[in-house]
Structures are given as structure tokens and as C-alpha cells.
Design a protein around this ligand. Structure first.
Ligand code: NDP
Length: 444
């Protein structure tokens, strides 16, 4: 029997209604088995079981009034997963699908991801089942103010520093920051992803997307490949997707497809990013508008077909479980040679297995998309120092962090006899530092 079987069985029994959390935790525990073999002292100290249980989970009512004067109720969450190596840090997601299972899966992944950045930040995740789509600015503001009116007592610059995620960009962070400042009467670095004029960092907007490409370039370079001249399919058309597309283009690749939750566009000449940015970031419209402006492009309703488009590199940047076994087979048969996960857990376990079996280079999300949180940590540093670094300074730090993450994952995989398996490497490298800290801090 494997050492961690018991912990996994207990986990399944205690969290029966949390499929996303069980999927993420199961995958991570499986790759930690060789670590448990080498570290009996950690097994004895219950590290593997304790790390699976969030330190604190907060759920709360978020009442707000819509433009018609109707009272609306949403549910707010903050899962403070692990603070062994630093204050809790992780995004806030506003999407109707948000529930405790998704918050826990993201909070656990975030713990290992934050450790991988090499920076002193613990893991958390939060959000609400509020749907910002179709809401007016004032409705979004009233929601954000109500959300923070409860959450403010649980966060703080040395305790828990939330950031953006799906549905939360600079606008929402602004409303939340304003409300926090008003309640606490302090101007502090309690949230990251702030606007440049009020404590934000250069490159934070671009960080996750750029970081994906810095990681991917490193992974490709080790295998004598590159983004240059590659055809790239990217899902999503939000913050992560747009800036991944921008960096791919700067590196000489051609992005031919983007999507949103309704459907996808295909532009064989390469998508025009200025048009996408205006439609999505300024006008906040649907991606289908793109085809009205760019001739030669097509729109298809429904999301999954995007993976049927032939490409060299696939960057899933929308949401969890968007590439399943079928989509993975299609990518393999179209000779896609690299998949780097921009979204959190966008590939199902089936899909990952298919990539690994067919020699497709596979970069797991907790390593690939860590550039966002790494730059958030750089924002925290600048806030503490009351300083602001230039775009070039932050970008150079981000690049070096992403290269190091790749190296550390690759090294950890090789050290545990799984050379080339970056998923196992990321889980192990991220876990080691947190485990050491937990062990040193006693049974807490
Ligand atoms: P955005 O809200 O800016 O964009 C999300 C995009 O994904 C939109 O195009 C959205 O379409 C699409 N999408 C959302 N849900 C679904 C769904 N269920 N099915 C299909 N498409 C969907 O979010 P981000 O770009 O910030 O985040 C994207 C992913 O990256 C998430 O997994 C997030 O956790 C992860 N991530 C983000 C970081 C960041 O810095 N922003 C950092 C690390 C990870 P629509 O507009 O129709 O909803």
C-alpha cells in the first residue's frame, strides 16, 4: 500500500461534494508519494494531511441593491489555505460557478504555486457567485462594497492580500480598495492589481500572460523549439489570454484563435490584438464582435471546437477542465507539440495523460501561470517600500522568476526519477518549501 493512500481516502470521505478540490488534491498527492517515502518525519508529523485542510474558510452573505431597486443576495468566500511561508495571497473570482469546492481547489493550488515563485507568500482564494456580466458599473460597485464590508475584517497587508481573478480586474479591485480604505482609514497594500496611480505595479496587468510565455519559451528552448513562427491557439479572451497573445506575437508566433464562454473566433492571418483589446477591455462586449471588423475571420458558437484548430502550441487560458480527453486527442492528431496551462487546471487528468503519453510538452498551471501572483508579490514589496519600479525592472524580475520556476520544476522531477514530468516537478518543488516551514513551526 502506498504511504499516502490513507490520507487520500480520508480526504474523499470528508469532502464528498467537492469534485474540483478532490481532483486537484488527488493529483498532487499522487505525485508527492515519492516525497513521503523520503521524508518519514513529515509523514509522522501529519504534514500531508494537514496541508490538505485549509487553515480557515470564511463564507458570508453579500446583499446589494440592483439598479431597479431590487435586493440581491450572493454568497462570498475566502479560503485561507496555508500561511506557513507568508501572508495568505490569492485571487478573488466573480463568476456564477463559484462554490466552496472551486475555492478550495484554487486555494490549495495557490499554496504550492506561491511557494514555487520563491517569494514569501502563503495561499488563499476567494470570490463570489456574483455574475458581473451585464451589470452596470454602479451595480458592480455596490456589490464590491458590500463584499468588502464583510471581508475587510479578515484581510490585511500582513495577513491576507487578495488580488484579481476571473471577473475581477482593476475596476473591481478599485471599488474594493476604496471601500477597505474608507472602513479602515488606512492606505495600505491590502489588495494587489491596483491602478498605477494608487499603488499598483507596472506589468501586473500583463504579468500572467507574459509569464506563461516566458515559461513556455524556456520549456521549448530545452527541447530545441521556440514560439517563433509557431501557430498558437489560445482559449479565453480575458486578462490572461490577451496578454499571452500579446507576448506570443512579440516572440514571433501567430495567434489564430481566441474564445469566450459563448464561442470562439478563428483568424488564419493572426488575430488583431488592438481590436480584441478594444472589444473586451474597453467596450466589454463578446468576442463574436471581432468578425464584424476583421474580414477573413470566422466565429463559431460553443467553446470546445477551438481545440480542433490545428496548432503547434495550445495555451488554455479560460477556465478549469476545458481540455478533456477528446480535445487532447485532437490536439495530438493535429501535431500540437506543446501545451502550457494559463488557466488553473484547464486540462482534465485524461488529457494530461494523453499529452504525456504522446510526448507533447506539458506545462502545469501552478508553474506556468505563477507570473501573476509573483508580480503581485512584487507589488506588495513596492508598497511596503513606498516605491515604484519601472516597467522594465518589473518585467526583468518576472522573466527571471519564470525561468527559475521552470528550472526548479525540471530539477525536482529529475531528482525524483521523473525527468521531464513538469507536473510532478511543480508539485514536489512547491510542496517542499511549505512542508519544511510547517514542520519547523510545530503542530499548528
Ligand atoms: P477573465 O475574467 O479576465 O477572463 C476569463 C476568460 O475565460 C473570459 O474570456 C471568459 O469568457 C472565459 N471563461 C470564463 N469561464 C468560462 C467557462 N466556464 N467556459 C468558457 N470560457 C470561460 O479571467 P482571467 O483571464 O483573469 O483568468 C483566466 C484563467 O486564468 C482562470 O482560470 C484564472 O484562475 C487563471 N489565472 C488568472 C490570473 C490573473 O492574473 N488574472 C493568475 C493566475 C491564473 P466570458 O467573458 O464569456 O466569461
Amino acid at each position: 500500500m502506498k504511504i499516502l493512500t490513507d490520507s487520500i481516502e480520508k480526504l474523499i470521505k470528508r469532502n464528498p461534494n467537492e469534485p474540483e478540490f478532490l481532483q486537484a488534491a488527488g493529483e498532487i498527492m499522487e505525485s508527492l508519494e515519492p516525497v513521503a517515502e523520503r521524508h518519514p518525519e513529515w509523514v509522522k508529523a501529519g504534514i500531508f494531511e494537514r496541508i490538505l485542510e485549509p487553515e480557515r474558510q470564511i463564507m458570508f452573505r453579500v446583499p446589494w441593491v440592483d439598479d431597479e431597486g431590487k435586493i440581491r443576495i450572493n454568497r462570498g468566500f475566502r479560503v485561507q489555505f496555508n500561511s506557513a511561508i507568508g501572508p495568505y495571497k490569492g485571487g478573488l473570482r466573480l463568476h456564477p460557478s463559484v462554490n466552496l469546492s472551486i475555492m478550495k481547489f484554487l486555494g490549495f493550488e495557490q499554496t504550492l504555486k506561491n511557494s514555487l515563485t520563491g517569494l514569501p507568500i502563503g495561499g488563499a482564494k476567494g470570490g463570489s457567485d456574483f455574475d458581473p456580466k451585464g451589470k452596470s458599473d454602479y451595480e458592480v460597485m455596490r456589490f464590491c462594497q458590500s463584499f468588502i464590508t464583510e471581508l475587510y475584517r479578515h484581510i490585511g497587508e500582513d495577513c491576507d492580500v487578495p488580488a484579481g481573478d476571473i471577473g475581477v480586474g482593476t475596476r473591481e479591485i478599485g471599488y474594493m480598495f476604496g471601500q477597505y480604505k474608507r472602513i479602515q482609514n488606512t492606505f495600505s497594500g491590502v489588495l494587489t492589481g491596483k491602478g498605477l496611480a494608487w499603488g499598483g505595479s507596472h506589468v501586473r496587468t500583463e504579468a500572467t500572460g507574459y509569464g506563461i510565455c516566458y515559461f513556455a519559451e524556456e520549456m521549448l528552448r530545452e527541447n530545441n523549439k521556440s514560439c517563433k513562427d509557431a501557430t498558437v491557439v489560445i482559449s479565453g479572451s480575458g486578462n490572461v489570454a490577451i496578454y499571452a497573445a500579446e507576448k506570443v506575437t512579440q516572440l514571433g508566433g501567430r495567434v489564430v484563435a481566441l474564445s469566450d464562454s459563448n464561442g470562439y473566433i478563428y483568424d488564419p492571418d493572426g488575430v488583431k490584438l488592438d481590436t480584441v483589446k478594444r472589444i473586451k477591455e474597453v467596450e466589454r462586449k463578446r468576442i463574436r464582435e471581432y468578425v464584424n471588423e476583421c474580414c477573413g475571420s470566422e466565429y463559431t458558437e460553443g467553446c470546445s471546437g477551438i481545440w480542433d484548430i490545428p496548432c503547434d502550441i495550445a495555451l488554455p487560458c479560460a477556465t478549469q477542465n476545458e481540455i478533456d480527453g477528446l480535445a487532447a486527442h485532437k490536439l495530438v492528431s493535429n501535431r500540437c507539440y506543446a501545451v502550457a496551462e494559463g488557466a488553473n487546471m484547464p486540462c482534465t487528468p485524461d488529457a494530461i495523460e494523453i499529452f504525456q503519453r504522446n510526448g507533447v510538452l506539458y506545462g502545469p498551471s501552478k508553474a506556468v501561470n505563477a507570473g501573476g501572483v509573483a508580480t503581485s508579490a512584487l507589488e506588495m514589496t513596492q508598497n511596503s517600500m513606498r516605491m515604484s519600479w519601472t516597467f522594465e525592472e518589473v518585467d526583468a524580475r518576472l522573466k527571471s522568476i519564470m525561468k527559475n520556476i521552470y528550472k526548479n520544476c525540471s530539477r525536482a522531477a529529475a531528482e525524483y526519477n521523473m525527468k521531464g514530468n513538469l507536473m510532478a516537478g511543480a508539485n514536489i518543488a512547491g510542496f517542499m518549501k511549505v512542508a519544511e516551514a510547517m514542520y519547523a513551526q510545530g503542530i499548528v
